[in-house]
Design a protein around this ligand. Structure first.
Ligand code: GLC
Length: 646
């Protein structure tokens, strides 16, 4: 029976979709778009590594590749199992104390270190942490703008300075390694981690990613810099519909030229660790499903370690190995054989240790692979000065002026009635909005805790909310706060400043679901309500939006005379008043230099960063000095809550 051509085409597509892995021949197609880099080996370092490796038993070698979380292991167990690395996750503090001091962090680090050295003399332990916008787990640390705001600055020298300051802060607490920078090139802003990305522009991600690594790792041997981590390898920001830990559909060329751009910059900067992505990759050229990155031998070993000559270590993500077919959190030879060198197994580390020793003894993990992993770990450890050169003080965690400058440079002005900004220093200001006095909304996720939903202003004694900064700048008498705008009459003021925005989130908890859309006021109706109360009531409205991504805000911008995309600025609210309020005396007003790192949507379904007709394109934004208005009324769809096409 002659099959209808359409039937054949569908059958072929189905067959392609079920191809479990690329046939070896296809490996070349995956590697070909990438450059060939040559290894840079140091003979003395290699000799030291070999000597240390020879002295280790299988059990000790496995201890080097297991990374427990500090809440799940004691120094005595570090010694018993010869563990070579630990991490604290977001919200993991020494003694479970969110207000633990740098000295307390350092004391625990020294306990772990002593235990490790007792088990494997001469081989140090390294402690990794997510210092992703300053040393954000430690109370008192300056919090910088998240990467999306740094992308708006386009300022590589600033990003390098922030890397350097962050490294000092991490060293002050006795730690050695930060899981940063994220090098995602985001394709769909529904992703809850969009704010961890510098931009949807690969060239900008490469430039700022390289600068961040150089800043973080500068002075590593002298106990000043720390290990940086290029993450999450590979194409974490390319998943379909922005679904966290989902499937990235990309051709091998897009993998190299879009999602790989940041890694080439990080490798140029000498990055020593790479973190594997939870996500999966499907080759959109031939529909081959390559599966989870944690098990992708071609990309982890063939590409990163061989073609790109990466000599550092690859660390898995949090229980990431447990997502591989046939694996559990506590048992996954496949991930190690694919190229994972350190397994981040926060809680089930003991079982993992025992299962992995057994797998080596039974030959399911070749000894050569274990030796290669340990060699890489030793190479990284011996590249680091273990003795911190930074005092364990709160001051060492702080760089307020640098952060204030970063905030200034990150702000993007999307709408402005000419002449409104900067407000005069004599202005009487009515401040409204749920975010005006909320450090949690101002800083975003990864701030003291993972989701930062439980964070209060008391967790940020070093921080200044925008409300507090306005009071410092103008004096209490000139600043009135009316959070929902229901009490005060705007006509009694020279201007209204409305501070609105997203509540903090991290990772998948921040994903915008496919049944939702980008309209901010759909998730936060109180932000529209407060503008409806104050707009057109006798005083101009300056709206400041805190968000981890671009959002559809036409209804909010139409009720504003100026609209500022502030991203997640962090602890230094004064960086905002520097642009909102006229400077003292003869100092010139800097104007808005921030420009969009992502396109800004003109509709509630414009999720894609490749959108052809956004409100503003990448690079868009006003200086505030324009004499012609950007105040035209923006269209507001009849149905404010469309279900967007899948
Ligand atoms: C998380 C994140 C990763 C982070 C790690 C340790 O799940 O995916 O970015 O570095 O776990 O906290």
């Amino acid at each position: 029976m002659r099959q209808h051509p359409r039937f054949l085409a569908i059958a072929l597509l189905l067959a392609l979709h079920t191809t479990p892995h690329a046939a070896d021949g296809a490996t070349d197609a995956v590697l070909k778009p990438w450059p060939v880099r040559s290894p840079q080996r140091d003979a003395a370092l290699e000799a030291r590594v070999e000597a240390a490796l020879q002295g280790l038993s299988v059990r000790q070698k496995v201890g080097q590749i297991v990374q427990p979380e500090i809440r799940a292991i004691t120094p005595a167990q570090v010694r018993e199992y010869a563990i070579g690395t630990v991490l604290n996750g977001g919200g993991g503090w020494p003694g479970n104390d969110r207000s633990a001091s740098p000295a307390q962090w350092k004391a625990l680090a020294e306990e772990f270190q002593a235990a490790a050295q007792a088990a494997t003399p001469g081989i140090p332990l390294i402690w990794g942490t997510d210092a992703v916008h300053g040393h954000n787990n430690v109370r008192g640390a300056t919090l910088f703008p998240h990467n999306i705001g740094l992308g708006a600055t386009r300022d590589a020298e600033l990003v390098r300075d922030i890397g350097r300051a962050t490294a000092r802060a991490v060293r002050a607490s006795g730690l050695h390694w930060t899981f940063a920078p994220t090098l995602a090139v985001v394709q769909d802003v529904r992703w809850g981690r969009t704010y961890e990305s510098f931009s949807s522009d690969p060239a900008l991600v490469r430039r700022l990613g390289e600068a961040s690594v150089r800043g973080l790792q500068e002075g590593m041997k002298q106990g000043l810099g720390v290990l940086a981590t290029a993450k999450h390898y590979l194409a974490d920001g390319g998943t379909r519909r922005g679904i966290d830990q989902g499937v990235a559909h990309a051709t091998p060329l897009e993998l190299a030229q879009v999602h790989g751009a940041g890694y080439l910059g990080a490798l140029d900067a000498g990055v020593l660790t790479v973190m594997a992505s939870f996500s999966s990759w499907t080759d959109s050229a031939d529909y081959t499903a390559h599966g989870k990155m944690h098990g992708n031998t071609t990309l982890l070993t063939g590409l990163l370690k061989q073609r790109l000559a990466f000599d550092g270590l690859v660390v898995s993500d949090w229980d990431g190995v447990g997502q591989l077919p046939g694996c559990r959190n506590e048992d996954c030879p496949a991930a190690i054989n694919a190229g994972i060198d350190i397994v981040m197994v926060p809680f089930q580390w003991k079982a993992f240790h025992e299962n992995t020793v057994r797998a080596v003894e039974q030959g399911r993990i070749p000894m050569a692979r274990l030796d290669d992993a340990v060699r890489r770990i030793l190479r990284v450890k011996f590249s680091l000065g273990m003795q911190s050169a930074v005092p364990a003080t709160v001051e060492a965690l702080q760089s307020p002026e640098l952060a204030r400058r970063a905030v200034r440079e990150s702000l993007v002005l999307l709408k402005h009635r000419p002449g409104l900004l900067p407000l005069k220093r004599s202005a009487r200001v009515l401040v409204v909005g749920a975010a005006a006095d909320s450090m949690a909304r101002q800083a975003g996720g990864w701030s003291v805790s993972w989701q930062a939903r439980d964070a209060t202003n008391a967790d940020f004694p070093q921080g200044t909310t925008l409300l507090a900064a306005l009071r410092q700048r103008l004096g209490d008498a000139q600043v009135t706060f009316d959070e929902d705008g229901a009490t005060q009459d705007p006509a009694r003021f020279d201007a209204v400043i409305a501070v609105i925005g997203e509540a903090p989130y991290a990772e998948g908890e921040g994903d915008i679901r496919v049944t939702d859309n980008l309209r901010h006021s759909r998730r936060y109706p109180q932000d529209l309500a407060v503008l409806q109360r104050v707009a057109g009531r006798g005083a101009p409205v300056v709206t400041v939006l805190y968000s981890g991504r671009p959002l559809y805000v036409n209804d909010l911008a139409n009720r504003s005379d100026a609209f500022v995309a502030a991203w997640l600025p962090g602890s230094e609210g004064a960086g905002l008043t520097d642009l909102l309020i006229a400077p003292d005396g003869s100092k010139p007003w800097p104007g808005f230099t921030g420009r969009l790192p992502f396109p800004w949507p003109a509709g509630p379904c414009q999720f894609s960063t490749r959108e052809a007709r956004p409100w503003w394109p990448v690079g868009g934004g006003l200086s505030g000095r324009e004499t012609t208005g950007s105040t035209a009324r923006l269209p507001e769809p009849a149905d404010p809550q469309p279900v967007c096409p899948l």
